[in-house]
Design a protein around this ligand. Structure first.
Ligand SMILES: O=C(O)C(=O)C[C@]1(C(=O)O)C=C[C@@H](O)C=C1
Length: 363
């Protein structure tokens, strides 16, 4: 074995010295954020402290500058937490999410806002909307689409009746595990609890490994985990947060049928977000029920070379129009090219509501 050129002792001394620098620099950064808050408060009453476009720019810049050995996502996560703590110094941000505690939506809320945000579980998607509308919280987090199971209609429908805007998006890789209480044996599992979406995402694995077990749908994965805590013959399909929260063991890990299984969540709030440099816009459009309506709607997107990332049709709930379209596309409503396209769509449609322009999810 070759002798190490630097001793362990010397490396630890170097780490101590670097930690001193990091500590000093983080404190200096936090003091800057406090001064930013003073300026915001002086400029306008009811100032907005959370700035999604700025946060996205900070994280993107860090990822571009990073040279390793930590990978860029890991580095961005560290800076995510530093910014979250800085924002909490300016003003603690309150976020409602689709609960209960331990759901993937809570995981998405923490991924987006960091650990310093105060997150509050709600029982239903409309409750998340209501809490934000009532001003009881600053923002809400709701799931909107899953790569395996498709769109979450309840969220789309809630936008039809709401004046809230989309301020951001976050995409979460969804890993499902088969969880049991500490003493449960694999051969004793006769019942499996989970949310219907999770059953659908793990269908093939369940058919292959637990064809006989009864599948019991419940309102959330976290609820499934809570139930098996006290049942020795049951298992739950849920994620890491629920496993940790209820102290469950993993009988099998990552049992989702598709390895790229992911869910997209939206951040809802009351603010219009300025351009960040890499943005998306979401619209709801009602068309008159006549031949060629869909073609007329799509034509300006094509002509202005706007990249549509999603198109969903939902039955209209007002009864005035037969159906409405939910459209996501790349670009910000304040970009001239997008503004020109939107003007044309407005002329062709019966009704257009811009739900928001917001930074493309960074993490
Ligand atoms: O730049 C700002 O407006 C800040 O308030 C500072 C800061 C940061 O820590 O970098 C904190 C919170 C905002 O959401 C964005 C950025």
């Amino acid at each position: 074995m070759t002798e190490p050129t630097v001793s362990l002792e010397a490396l630890r001394q170097r780490i101590d010295a670097l930690d001193n620098d990091i500590l000093r620099l983080i404190s200096e950064r936090a003091a800057c954020a406090q001064r930013v808050a003073e300026i915001k408060t002086d400029r306008e009453p009811g100032a907005l402290f959370y700035r999604p476009e700025r946060e996205a720019q900070v994280l993107r810049r860090i990822m571009e500058l990073n040279k390793g050995p930590l990978d860029s996502e890991e580095m961005a996560r560290l800076f995510r937490e530093i910014m979250s703590a800085c924002l909490a110094l300016e003003q603690p941000v309150k976020v409602a999410y689709l609960g209960p505690e331990g759901t993937f939506t809570q995981q998405a809320a923490i991924k987006h806002f960091g650990e310093s945000a105060i997150s509050l579980p709600m029982a239903a998607i409309d409750e998340v909307f209501r809490e934000v509308e009532a001003g009881a919280v600053n923002y809400g987090v709701v799931p909107v689409e899953n790569s395996t199971e498709g769109v979450i209609n309840h969220t789309l429908d809630s936008f039809m009746d709401s004046g809230l805007r989309i301020c951001g998006e976050v995409v979460l890789r969804i890993h499902h595990h088969l969880l049991v209480a500490e003493t449960t044996r694999r051969d004793k599992v006769s019942r499996i609890y989970s949310h219907p979406q999770s059953f659908a995402q793990c269908r093939k694995w369940l058919d292959a490994h637990f064809p006989q077990a009864e599948r019991v749908p419940v309102s959330s994965n976290a609820e499934a985990a809570r139930l098996v805590k006290t049942e020795w013959h049951s298992a739950a399909i849920a994620g890491d947060m629920a496993a940790q929260l209820y102290g469950l063991a993993k009988l099998a890990e990552k049992i989702e049928d598709r390895p790229d299984n992911s869910t997209r969540f939206l951040i809802i709030g009351n603010q219009d977000v300025p351009i960040s440099g890499e943005d998306k816009t979401s619209l709801v459009v009602a068309m008159r029920n006549q031949p060629g309506a869909l073609h007329d709607l799509l034509e300006p997107f094509h002509r202005h070379q706007i990249d549509m990332t999603r198109l969903e049709t939902r039955p209209s709930r007002t009864g005035v129009w037969n159906y409405v379209f939910f459209i996501d596309f790349k670009g910000h409503r304040e970009e001239p090219r997008v503004a020109a396209m939107l003007e044309e769509v407005q002329l062709r449609a019966a009704e257009v509501k811009v739900l928001g322009s917001y930074p493309v999810g960074v993490l």
